[in-house]
Each structure stands twice: as structure tokens, then as C-alpha cells.
Ligand binder design. Sequence first.
Ligand code: CA
Length: 234
Amino acid sequence: MAHLLIVEDDELLRDALGSLLGQAGHQVSMAPDGESALAELADGRFEGVVLDLGLPRIDGLTVLQRLRVQLPTLPVLILTARDGVEDRVAGLNAGADDYLTKPFNGDELKARLQSMLRRSKLPAFGQADTSVGKDRQPLLRVDTDVPRAWLQDDMVELTQREWELLALLFRRQGQVVSREDVFAAWQSGAGEAGAMASNALEVYVHRLRRKLAHPALHIRNIRGLGYMMELGAR
Ligand code: CA
């Protein structure tokens, strides 16, 4: 599945995490402190990291900040103590993708990790506007299996038709997608049944614009031709 690095100083927990994630099909490497974690991460062979924040030698937050310089998109899930709300906020600000509070449920860890790894592999559309301070995240990612997308870190639920329309615009970003192309995609997809009103496309475009509202993301109406998705300043 994925090659993961588990960074945890508590030996019992580290071994438990190792066997849990190994049984889930992942290839697992382990590091007991921040210094060895950074040494392991230096060759960039990992696809994901489970990172405890309270670590000897170099603390988890510093590990995260340093690894972000070299590996800005490597998915990282942090583990924090129950009362570590401030740690959690600092971790997310330092670029963690998700977090779990100890003690945690093994199934939940596996599920969160799976969703994080999956998200990191989706095709990305553009880079985020740096003014929002999340410049390592792509602006938009569209799920290829399930009707949903991510606008930076926020998951956006879509209807089947919204998703099919978005996928089409996304795949052909910077090019005009004609109304006929959209209707053809809707008919071949598993879209909700029912007659399509002549203004249906406008309604769906309007909904997508509302759900994916961001100053750098545009779905333009190209008069007489169709629609085009673009990135750029307002
Ligand atoms: Ca610890």
C-alpha cells in the first residue's frame, strides 16, 4: 500500500503501531526520536508519516517544520496528547495533514491514514493562493471514485452531476468545455435520472461556483462556446 514512517518514542506504542499498519498492508519503518526520524526522511522514500509530537532529541513539531522544507507535500498525521490542544493547532499550522489524540482507536487511525494517503494522490489543480498561508496545498483536488473534491483542506461534497461536470472542467482546465460535452458526460455517467431543462447546466455551474468559492478559482462562461476552468488573480 504505502511506505510509512512511524515516529514514536514509546516503544510499546511504536511496536503496536508497526504491527497494526503492517497488518493493514503498509510497509513500515520506525524511528524512536526526532533526530533519527529526520535522518530516515532525508532520502525521501516515504509516502506518509505518523508523527508523535512529544519526542526526545528533536521534538515532533520541529521535525515537522524541518521536513516541510524538503518535502512540502508528504502526508503527515500527528499524534498528540489528550490535553495538547495547543500542540495540535501548532502542528496543523506547521503543515500536518491530520491529527489523532491519544489514546486512539486503531481502526480510526487506519481510516484517517487511508483517507490522507488517498487525498495526497489525487490529481491537483493549481497551487493555493499564498495569501491564505497554505501554499503547500494544491488549490483543488477532485476525487476520482467518489463525488467529492477538496478545496485546499476543505472537503466539498458534490452531487453526482456536479462531480461529473467538475471532473470534466478539471481534466480540461484552460480549455473550453462545450455544453454538448457536458451533456454527453452526464448521459454516460450515473447522473440522477430525469429530463434536463435547457438551463440545467447554468444551474449546476452556479452551484459549483458557490461550493468552490475561492478568489483564484474561476469557472468562466465563454459566450456561445461553453465553460472553462481557470486559475488566476481576481
Ligand atoms: Ca511521546
